[in-house]
Ligand binder design. Sequence first.
Ligand code: COA
Length: 373
Amino acid sequence: MKRVVISGIGTEIPDEIISNEELVESFNAWVDLENPMRIARGEEPLARSDAEFIVYASGVQTRHVHTRDGILDPRRMTPRIPKRDDDALSVMAEFGAKAARKAIADAGIDAADIDMVICAASHQQRPYPAQAIEIQKELGTSGAAFDMSLGCSSAVAGLHVAFNLLRAGAHRRVLVVTPEIITGHLNFRDRQTHFIFGDAAAALLLEAVDDDEERSGRFEVIDTRGWTQFSNNIRTNFGFLNRAGLEDPSVVPMEGNMIKQVGNKVFKEVTVAGHRFIVDFLKEHGHSPQGIRRFWLHQANARMNAMILKLSFGHEVGHDRAPMVLSELGNTAAAGAVIALEQNHRDLEAGDVGLLCAFGAGYSIGGVLLRMM
Ligand SMILES: CC(C)(COP(=O)(O)OP(=O)(O)OC[C@H]1O[C@@H](n2cnc3c(N)ncnc32)[C@H](O)[C@@H]1OP(=O)(O)O)[C@@H](O)C(=O)NCCC(=O)NCCS
């Protein structure tokens, strides 16, 4: 078996920002437009959203978005991202390629030396041709490429596949790219979820190295692991069969086909499962949570991460042990934990062990155990 290192990391965080206050103002403006009609129809009026609740319940203060235009307009509440011709680079491939270029520059290699691209994201722009192949063309990588998706665990699932392809000797360098434009699928009219997500892209380059090769300042991947258990508590019904289910298939409504979640159930169930996963995975490798220098956890909810860590350690732990990027970025789906890693690893010393761990829809959980070389 080959040894595997992370030789490059790149992230792309869009410049445009939306604060909780702005989001809540737009949501409440829509509620004010909607309620008179609901009341006239004899329906229950909608409840207003609240910026203080959002910070308390989730820890999110702002989110960066790919395109702000359109999101805050109470009559639209959807980003305005112009449609592109088939010959133009697609929006998702462009976003992913930006992070990928930074990972390649970080590794200091030529794109042509990469022989596999995996586009691992919670949403893909289309079923085919694969995003990953478009990214392959855009970057000029060689070999092959494919897409995969596992909700917010997509990046760690991509790393699980990449690690095992590399150590088996099937490939030499695998780029895992995670573009997340989740605002494109978010229902900004759903009080339960409108504040949760933000957009970002991340990329990791994994490389097979010889037994005696030293890569000081880089992470060696010790092992990867995945876990899934079916749940409807985070779900989208958006899909190609929607049209076929309609009497009039000419217009497919988005209402009911966007992201929905039963947040409090997800919170409880994934907290327990995440804690068990972490403790068991570490134990398999002779570690306890106390021996892990840093945890880069999925960035969905600050209280949830604090609770997972408290269950695992037996006491509260600070942000030096488990850094958060959620407050500024929101939940950037599968990109979040990788961004936490990118922003918080340069102070680690040779021999320090860290765990990248993401969780989300499916349910799904994935872990990547790393050692600083
Ligand atoms: C979504 C989440 C932040 C909601 O927080 P919560 O504390 O669980 O909130 P609940 O849904 O139980 O709602 C609590 C109360 O707040 C209210 N509320 C919900 N959204 C609100 C909003 N935007 N503004 C004001 N109040 C709101 C609810 O109506 C409820 O009121 P009630 O007690 O009077 O019935 C939280 O559940 C969460 O982050 N879950 C995990 C999500 C996750 O990890 N997802 C993975 C996806 S990658």
